[in-house]
Ligand binder design. Sequence first.
Ligand code: FES
Length: 118
Amino acid sequence: MGGAGALLRPAAWVSSRSPARWFPRTPAKPVVALKTPIKVELVAGKTYRWCVCGRSKKQPFCDGSHFFQRTGLSPLKFKAQETRVVVLCTCKATQKPPYCDGTHRSERVQKAEVGAPL
Ligand code: FES
């Protein structure tokens, strides 16, 4: 039972390196990063990664926190079609990601704590 692999890889080593630990099956819930959107100028042709998890310190963009905090979430990658100023969501409750759709004004978001899931 266990085979030669068990001799080479002690159970503790296997579990600490298990892909399930780094990529949980049930993703964490996004948290409210801020309760107001952020205006940014997107540059035509440039690719952006919008923070989905709400844990990035570089809102509204990804800083890799989703990975290091093992959320199981991934940023939303998008390419700007034209250079223009847009309003990007930071409450993570928008129905039109990455853009703000006004959901942050709802009682649900306004009563939520920053850094907590909705
Ligand atoms: S900041 Fe999320 S909907 Fe406006």
